[in-house]
Design a protein around this ligand. Structure first.
Ligand code: XIL
Length: 462
């Protein structure tokens, strides 16, 4: 794919920048994995996953050690999930979701509506028939995964490259300019608990294309079209370098009232230059309070869709590269200022979920005090479902493990959890988020059906 140049290359400070990052990180008890470090900052660190690689022990070993968000690389795309019209095929995608559930990882759904990787029957469609097929596809797939997806890339890559700032021509676009908002409304109706995102490339800096996406998000917000987040793919290479206004661009979108995420990060190159660019991306995300997480587009260089660019954090043998170290160090060093808001749920401004009432229940220190932590809950409730975000805050001393007592009312069913293991009404840390420094916090999530009501969590840590 030939991606246009988007702006001036960021000035890289090279080894000096990395040295500063390392120096800062050493002052605190630094997390030792990407997921743990991001979780310390109220964020996630994810990767694209291919279902057929899950049986590769090196691959899954790194996946489960380092990452707490998963995007299926191809398995949830239209051609994979509806190869024949009206016949849905979820085998490989379900395998990834099951893996994520078993390992406390969250899922990003990718992608419901896109001009690329359509099944041939859809490629050959147009007009009302295609519009109806898109709506039916979104309804079926988002319903199948209802309650299991943190965020959906509802629409992918709908804007044109170049200076025009308009929509990309495609069969979907030719069904009418409103196809994007119809896709978002359809997704909201099918899974009101998932954040709904627009995702694109060459939007990483301010340019004609990102300006056009910005205008769309602004318009959606003004008219109550449900949109919660914007994904920036960030496929970085010499033709599409890291823009110098990367952070400013993330911030201006966040200022519209949406979360922002780095969704498909890979950076062509090697050594110090690549390591420094990775650190710059992490730093930019941590500086934007609504930048809720970063996903890299694969684990080892050999897993990359652009393996010749050696663009990832692990080499072909699964060894950590310099870019891994700079990424971890930047995560450990940053984000001390403005953590993201406690609520991880979407703002829902339109039907079918008009009755959202985010509320923060008071903290309950748990079992007689002196147990080292407190737990607070934030509930986002909509008709028929909820997301509870639980924040575990360490007391005057660091803790290495925690357990939260939390009973959900009868009539509720848990459909998904993240960053936690459950045993009945006891919710305990997973491997990467047990350690919480004094006064710091980590968060886990519970999504379910029914009404969460008022919750009274207790916390014990040691
Ligand atoms: C890529 C996958 O990595 C490849 O395996 C596949 O052959 C083509 O698609 N933007 C996107 C991703 O949103 O879905 C693409 O993934 C990369 C570009």
């Amino acid at each position: 794919m030939n991606r246009a140049r988007t702006g001036g290359a960021i000035a890289l400070a090279g080894a000096a920048a990395i040295a500063v990052v390392v120096g800062l990180a050493s002052s605190a008890q630094a997390a030792t994995t990407l997921g743990a470090s991001a979780a310390d900052k109220g964020r996630y660190f994810g990767t694209a996953v291919a279902a057929y690689k899950l049986s590769d022990a090196t691959y899954s070993g790194i996946l489960d050690r380092e990452f707490n968000m998963i995007t299926p690389e191809n398995e949830m795309k239209w051609d994979a999930t509806e190869p024949t019209q009206g016949q849905f095929s979820y085998g490989s995608a379900d395998q990834i979701v099951a893996h994520a559930n078993a390992h406390g990882q969250r899922m990003r759904g990718h992608a419901l509506a896109w001009h690329s990787q359509q099944p041939s029957w859809a490629q050959n469609m147009s007009g009302t028939a295609l519009r109806n097929a898109m709506v039916n596809h979104i309804t079926n797939v988002a319903t199948h995964y209802q309650g299991k997806i943190y965020a959906w890339d509802v629409v992918n890559e709908a804007f044109a490259d170049g200076s025009g700032g308009g929509r990309r021509d495609s069969n979907l676009q030719r069904t009418g300019n409103d196809w994007i908002e119809v896709a978002f409304r359809t997704a909201r109706a099918a899974d009101p608990g998932a954040k709904l995102c627009y995702n694109d490339y060459n939007t990483d800096g301010q340019n004609a294309k990102s300006n056009a996406v910005y205008a769309m998000v602004q318009d959606f917000k003004a008219r109550g079209v449900p949109i919660d987040c914007v994904g920036f793919q960030s496929h970085i290479n010499s033709g599409s370098p890291l823009p110098s206004d990367y952070q400013a661009n993330l911030q201006r979108f966040a200022n519209l009232g949406v979360d922002v995420q780095i969704t498909e990060l890979d950076i062509a190159g090697s050594g110090t230059a690549q390591a420094s660019s990775y650190a710059s991306v992490v730093k930019a995300c941590l500086a934007v309070s609504r930048c809720t997480g970063i996903t890299v587009w694969g684990i080892r260089d050999s897993d990359s869709w652009r393996s010749g660019d050696t663009p990832l954090l692990f080499d072909n043998n699964g060894n950590k590269k310099a870019s891994y170290t700079s990424t971890l160090d930047a995560l450990n060093a940053g984000g001390t200022s403005s953590p993201p808001p406690v609520s991880t749920s979407p703002s829902r401004s339109t039907s079918p979920s008009p009755s959202v009432s985010p509320s923060v229940s008071p903290s309950n220190p748990g079992g007689g005090g002196g147990n080292g932590c407190t737990a607070t809950t934030s509930v986002n409730q909509w008709q028929g479902g909820f997301v509870v975000t639980v924040r575990v805050t360490a007391g005057a001393a660091a803790i290495n493990s925690w357990a939260v007592g939390l009973t959900l009312p009868s009539g509720t069913t848990v459909t998904s959890t993240w960053n936690v293991t459950r045993s009945g009404n006891t919710w305990s840390n997973v491997s990467y988020n047990g350690h919480v420094n004094a006064g710091q916090y980590t968060e886990f999530g519970i999504q379910g059906t029914g009404t969460a009501g008022t919750l009274s969590p207790t916390c014990s840590g040691s």
